[in-house]
Design a protein. Structure first.
Length: 153
């Protein structure tokens, strides 16, 4: 079943984001997903309008892949996309495209699995990793919350 996945990235990594999007069409890589993204820049400087366009792309997805480049951890927009994805209940997966890139705080806090763009064995894990993240998120959402027990004594 093809998953709808939101692709989050820092603007300077746009070409790699386009490359990952194209990889979903490669029959030799198991990535049964369709990407939602803003690969074409929003023609506005209004943060409210930009936010609405991003949220529109996140809507209807079950996972978010965050490309992790050199400047991603400093991107306010990527942090917002992670936050909005978590609020929606999306699973998270990080793909490190720069081997020395620091992780965004939101990915660390969520405990997201991180794969490496440069490792051939990881490239073949993109699709299965999305499925693992979705399964883990579903399990976490179905777990009872830690509330006070009302057992009779």
């Amino acid at each position: 079943m093809a998953r709808r996945v939101f692709l989050s990235y820092q603007h300077t990594d746009q070409m790699k984001a386009k490359g990952l999007n194209l990889a979903t069409y490669n029959k030799n890589i198991k990535m049964d997903m369709s990407m939602r993204h803003l690969l074409d820049p929003v023609n506005s400087h209004d943060p409210t309008y930009i936010s609405s366009k991003i949220r529109e792309q996140i809507k209807g997805t079950s996972a978010t892949i965050v490309l992790i480049g050199r400047d991603t951890a400093n991107s306010e927009w990527v942090e917002k996309e992670i936050k909005w994805s978590l609020e929606k209940g999306n699973a998270l997966l990080g793909v490190r495209i720069d081997p020395n890139a620091p992780l965004p705080d939101g990915l660390k806090e969520a405990g997201a699995e991180i794969l490496d763009w440069d490792k051939p064995e990881d490239i073949h894990e993109f699709g299965p990793a999305v499925e693992r993240a979705i399964a883990a998120t579903a399990r976490a959402q179905n777990m009872p919350t830690n509330s006070a027990s009302t057992c009779a004594r």
